[in-house]
Design a protein around this ligand. Structure first.
Ligand code: MN
Ligand code: MN
Length: 367
């Protein structure tokens, strides 16, 4: 039976032939999942998909303990398992036969250690980077993929709702983080899609801070950035609340970010540049006097991984295309006051308009 995975491998073979490359060896678990349907975390064990353009053979190298699952889910006919006392690189060398002149790999996924082993396996082979091709293919999501993202969004929004009823002054960032991650699993998620971020007060001005044993106080901003994996796909949402009344300036900061988020979403249409989404959000924040406090790009693609192509920043002149899935997440981070970020997930539909998959309210909520 031919599946979406066969189609993706076929496209990869076509690309290899077009570029005159002999073979490709894919090694990141998410790319192997994308190309075969087999999802696993091999830890330090050897997991690789060999696509040999010379023979058109497809071979999945898997740890022995994963071999059964790989043959059931993997859509690849030939699976070569390796036990813990065996050397999988020897098996790879045997399978390759005559050394390929060029080997396409995922350069960002191959450590120096692995690269040296591959040089032994394919002496004299030129390494090419297949990542840009694969990322470009992965960037355009199918409806099926987006429906899985929607499930992941629905799940995380239940957890965000739970946060509203649960967060109180005196609770710590770590307390709430533990509660939210517990609820993720109760609502059916496989796992968080990244380390949950719960930051309060001035600490919310750290865009990538980690939760600590710090208690929420009256008038703190409470920033919650989290996501889950459901059926292999991620969600990513941020909402910011105020514990109590807060100040007029906190409200002004919140409204600036809220307006920037809406401007960014409005700008997200097929045919415009990705840069225009960043610019629309940034202009709004600059007009309100907070430009220097918006210190990161406006968004990023995601899917099976929490960060994928495209990068939505002010210098990305690439066009927005149908099938793209990315976040819009402007923020303002004032060190003495705290930070606000509002993050939504967008899909560019067949008609070129953006569908906002996240539905959680963006009106300021005081807890
Ligand atoms: Mn996020
Ligand atoms: Mn994000």
């Amino acid at each position: 039976m031919s599946t979406i995975y066969h189609t993706r491998r076929k496209k990869t073979f076509e690309f290899l032939k077009e570029k005159g490359m002999d073979a490709a060896l894919l090694t990141s678990p998410s790319m192997i999942y994308y190309l075969t349907g087999f999802r696993s975390n091999p830890h330090e064990r050897f997991l690789a998909l060999l696509l040999d353009a010379r023979s058109e053979e497809e071979t999945l190298f898997a740890p022995m303990l994963d071999a059964q699952a790989a043959s059931e889910q993997g859509t690849v006919d030939t699976i070569i398992p390796s036990g813990d006392t065996e050397n999988p690189y020897e098996k790879l060398k045997q399978k390759l036969g005559a050394a390929p002149a060029s080997l396409a790999i995922e350069k960002s996924n191959v450590t120096v250690d692995k690269a040296e082993r591959l040089q032994d396996v394919a002496p004299g082979a030129r390494f090419e980077d297949l990542t840009p091709f694969l990322e470009a293919m992965r960037m355009r999501k199918t409806r099926d993929e987006v429906e899985r993202v929607r499930l992941a969004v629905e799940t995380i929004e239940k957890v965000m709702n739970h946060a509203l009823t649960h967060a109180v002054v005196g609770m710590t960032e770590l307390d709430l983080t533990a509660e939210l991650e517990y609820q993720m699993k109760r609502f059916g998620a496989d796992k968080p899609s990244f380390d949950t971020i719960v930051l309060a007060g001035r600490r919310s001005a750290l865009p990538h801070g980690t939760p600590e044993n710090v208690a929420f106080q009256e008038n703190d901003f409470l920033l919650i950035d989290m996501g889950v994996v459901v059926q292999g796909y991620c969600s990513d949402i941020t909402r910011t609340f105020i514990m109590g009344e807060g100040t007029a300036e906190q409200e002004a900061i919140y409204e600036a970010v809220h307006a920037a988020n809406l401007r960014g979403i409005e700008a997200a249409r097929a045919g415009r540049t990705l840069a225009s989404v960043d610019k629309a959000a940034r202009d709004e924040i600059e007009a309100r006097g907070y430009g220097k406090y918006f210190t990161h790009r406006v968004g990023h693609g995601f899917g099976m991984d929490i960060h994928e192509y495209p990068s939505v920043h002010g210098d990305n002149r690439e066009p927005i295309e149908t099938g793209l899935l990315f976040t819009v997440e402007p923020g303002i981070y004032v060190p003495e006051i705290g930070g606000v970020r509002i993050e939504d997930d967008l899909y560019i539909k067949e008609d070129g308009t953006a569908e906002v998959i996240t539905t959680f309210t963006k009106h300021l909520i005081r807890l």
